[in-house]
Design a protein around this ligand. Structure first.
Ligand code: SF4
Length: 196
């Protein structure tokens, strides 16, 4: 565990390698799992206002779910998450011509139609953030659908925290990230020298 301020970063985030391999997974994280993506109350409000911008990209089934229950719900663990279709697909999933899953929010952002990229938890995946009264935990969440990303990460030698530089800065700020980067480098060098 590395501690940066009041944030505890699991060593998996520093030691393991990861680079999303979309040609292998085809964006499966948008449509697998048994709950939607965790979002904050602020993101919930924002997603409601952005809905008209992405509506035409959503599937008919997703529109039905949104009409019936809205863009989010509280899951079994008490977390606010995006609504899902058929118990697994995020309602904001849309499909490219090649059948690849895409996030309709991210697509609208990339096309310059909105200024919100996508929920932070999606941007941060495969890292999950847990907030407690006295500290915040950053953990690497391993999921079999991302197997090809671990293989590609090892090939390109990209650690999880480096792959997630942009969302980690979005979450904790540049100064925090720079501190993590330095601490991670020092840790990895010590480990390589057999000092740990
Ligand atoms: S997080 Fe996993 S499933 Fe999602 S795009 Fe990356 S490798 Fe694919």
């Amino acid at each position: 565990m590395l501690q940066i301020g009041d944030v505890l970063v699991s060593l998996d985030v520093v030691e393991r390698e990861f680079v999303c391999n979309l040609s292998a997974c085809r964006g499966a994280c948008c449509i697998e799992g048994d709950a939607g993506a965790p979002i904050t109350e602020e993101e919930h409000a924002l997603l409601k206002t952005l809905l008209p911008e992405v509506w035409d990209d959503l599937t008919p089934a997703a529109r039905e779910v949104i009409r019936a229950q809205g863009v989010a719900y509280v899951d079994e663990e008490g977390d606010l998450v995006t609504s899902i279709v058929n118990g697994k697909d995020c309602v904001f999933t849309c499909y490219g011509e090649d059948g690849m899953c895409m996030c309709a929010i991210e697509k609208a952002f990339r096309e310059g139609r909105i200024s919100f990229y996508k929920p932070l938890s999606c941007h941060l995946y495969p890292v999950r953030i847990s907030r407690y009264p006295s500290f915040t935990a950053v953990n690497y969440h391993r999921w079999k659908i991302c197997k090809a990303a671990e293989v590609l990460g090892r090939k390109e030698v990209v650690k999880v925290y480096r792959f997630l530089r942009e969302p980690l800065i979005r979450c904790f700020g540049q100064e925090w990230y720079d501190e993590l980067d330095g601490a991670a480098e020092a840790y990895l060098q010590q480990k390589e020298r057999g000092e740990l």
